[in-house]
Design a binder for this molecule. Structure first.
Ligand SMILES: NC(=O)c1ccc[n+]([C@@H]2O[C@H](COP(=O)([O-])OP(=O)(O)OC[C@H]3O[C@@H](n4cnc5c(N)ncnc54)[C@H](OP(=O)(O)O)[C@@H]3O)[C@@H](O)[C@H]2O)c1
Length: 206
């Protein structure tokens, strides 16, 4: 039976390229975003959910198990929220802070918690950026969420199979734009299939 990848946050950006790569490698792929899409094959499905609400995560695992009989082998958390803070790092009201931290951290943690509970050999890969190491006052809330996630992922790596991945430009500077879906896809597939926990924070240049 082919392995299952669940890709949380999959749209026009790198998510779809990552999903295509796993599907081409023989995985059954369930992708998720707020926007509906449809696929014609039995081994590929797109589900809808809004990760602003962390309770949206568990039903996705239930749906995957109902459809394919097993828990995911690989969970990729790729969604993000980045309400800008261009004029003042504290300009955003606390309700937007909660929304951003739910999408960048709480739902990501919830996915890891549920994934590991249902399959303790699961590989969990989070699409990060450089904000676990850099302070950028223009995107304070994105930085809070990414750095919090980098923290618990490094702790969770003790249980094996947890990664925070950060694409950089060829010169090593933070990427911001120009993300390479193909480079993420190749790396994620390699991590999904590796037998040992490597360094949990992976900085790669592409
Ligand atoms: N390394 C770097 O420097 C760097 C630079 C840029 C981005 N990134 C990271 O790369 C990742 C992917 O970015 P991308 O622009 O390529 O986007 P993407 O692959 O399109 O994936 C993100 C998708 O998540 C979905 N999403 C967003 N909020 C959601 C929510 N509340 N609930 C459910 N789904 C939601 C969106 O679809 P819907 O709108 O349909 O929900 C969106 O298409 C992000 O984690 C981002 O932080 C890293």
């Amino acid at each position: 039976m082919s392995r299952i990848a669940l890709i949380l946050g999959c749209g026009k950006g790198i998510g779809t390229t990552i999903a295509d790569g796993f599907h081409s490698a023989g995985y059954r792929v369930a992708s998720v975003s707020r926007t509906p899409r449809s696929y014609a094959s039995d081994d590929r499905v797109h589900l809808t959910a809004d990760f602003a609400d962390p309770s949206s995560i568990e039903p996705l695992f239930e749906e995957v198990e109902k459809r394919w009989g097993n828990a995911p082998d690989v969970v990729i958390y790729n969604a993000y929220a980045g309400t800008p803070t261009r004029t003042n790092p504290l300009e955003v009201a606390p309700d937007a802070f909660v929304n951003n931290i739910n999408i960048n951290t709480t739902s990501a943690y919830s996915a890891a918690f549920i994934a590991h509970k249902r399959n303790n050999n699961v590989k969990y890969i989070y699409t990060g950026n450089a904000l676990n190491n850099y302070i950028d006052p223009n995107i304070t809330l994105l930085g809070v969420g990414k750095s919090a996630s980098a923290h618990w992922i490094q702790a969770a790596a003790k249980a094996e199979g947890f990664y925070y991945c950060d694409q950089r430009r060829p010169d090593g500077s933070p990427c911001y734009t120009g993300l390479r879906g193909d480079a993420h896809g190749e790396l994620y597939l390699k991590l999904a299939e590796s037998r040992e926990q490597g360094e949990p924070v992976i900085v790669f240049r592409a």
